[in-house]
Ligand binder design. Structure first.
Ligand code: GLU
Length: 305
């Protein structure tokens, strides 16, 4: 099977520059090797995500010239599929119900990961049957992790390692309201789609060992990882969905798609000038080694506006 890349946005708002950058990088990487680029809507959180954002996202990608080869089923429609993998973990006796409240977890005096979660101390791991029956709230479900170091060499960040037990702890795979969490859904979807490379923001680097562990349990191969630097405003703030001035609505009214791609590519170190360029042209000269490894400060965008 050939190379398969994917872009997996969460349609919880209009696409902003950070999403454009992630889409562009995964597109360039896979197209530079003639692979297939898959689009997947990560709309597990039905309260935050909206169909209209998913529609706008597709339209914005096409405007940018980033045409996907295939779109897989949105995550909100796949809970039956995730049930099967959840049951498999249950059969492996790796799951347990967790009754901890959010505030209990926040009070845990433990180091926390870059994604804001805490090392789970295993509070509910060894509850007795009677203790479980005595609980009044609906539990989330956690998967037990091994005391093992997971390592990989990221195409951008280099060598990365994490001991799942010491650095993360048992993690939630299904929330108390029955919704499956990102780690489980993304592993199942990437695995079933045959994704060979995952390109995404640096903020998800520490998620990879959890996904590698689930891949191992489900019998999927581990893809190549590339965690790309974050985009920063000139004052050093990380760009986010709150920066409405940099969402696609504003960008499309001020720039042509190839100008926007040219500015991003230059800021990321991929080209020598910020001249307009199409994604297809850029794929022809794409080289991971040129990409900046550190946060990318976008001065040029502010110059244009
Ligand atoms: N859905 C995630 C996001 O929009 C990306 C997940 C991934 O690429 O693994 O941030």
């Amino acid at each position: 099977m050939g190379a398969v890349g994917r872009f997996a946005p969460t349609p919880s708002g209009r696409m902003h520059l950070g999403n454009v950058f992630a889409a562009l990088m995964s597109y360039l990487s896979i197209k530079s090797k003639g692979g297939v680029w898959v689009l997947r809507m990560e709309d597990l959180d039905t309260l935050r995500t909206k169909q209209e954002y998913a529609d706008l996202l597709r339209e914005d990608l096409l405007w940018l010239g980033l045409e996907w080869d295939e779109e897989t089923q949105p995550q909100s429609r796949r809970s039956r599929v995730y049930d099967r993998y959840f049951d498999a973990l249950q059969d492996m006796q790796l799951l347990y119900p967790c009754y901890c409240t959010r505030s209990q977890l926040h009070n845990v005096n433990a180091p926390h990961l870059s994604d804001g979660t805490y090392v789970y101390p295993g509070t509910c791991r060894n509850l007795t049957h009677a203790q479980r029956l005595a609980q009044s709230r609906q539990p989330s479900y956690r998967v037990m992790v091994p005391d093992r170091v997971y390592t990989f060499t990221d195409l951008v960040q280099g060598f990365y390692q994490e001991n799942l037990s010491a650095d993360c702890g048992d993690f939630v795979v299904r929330r108390a309201d029955g919704v499956y969490v990102y780690q489980l859904a993304v592993t199942v979807d990437d695995g079933e789609t045959g994704v060979t490379e995952v390109v995404r923001g640096m903020d998800l680097l520490s998620s990879s060992p959890r996904q590698m562990y689930l891949q191992e349990l489900f019998g999927f191969s581990t893809p190549t990882y590339a965690h790309i630097p974050m985009l920063m405003a000139p004052d050093g703030r990380r760009l986010s969905k709150r920066d409405r001035d940099l969402d696609m609505g504003a960008l499309r009214s001020r720039l042509k798609p190839e100008q926007l791609i040219g500015i991003l590519a230059h800021a990321a170190g991929l080209t020598d000038t910020g001249d307009a360029i199409s994604p297809a042209e850029l794929a022809g000269i794409f080289d991971w080694n040129r990409l900046s490894r550190t946060d990318i400060v976008l001065n040029q965008i502010s110059d244009i506006f």
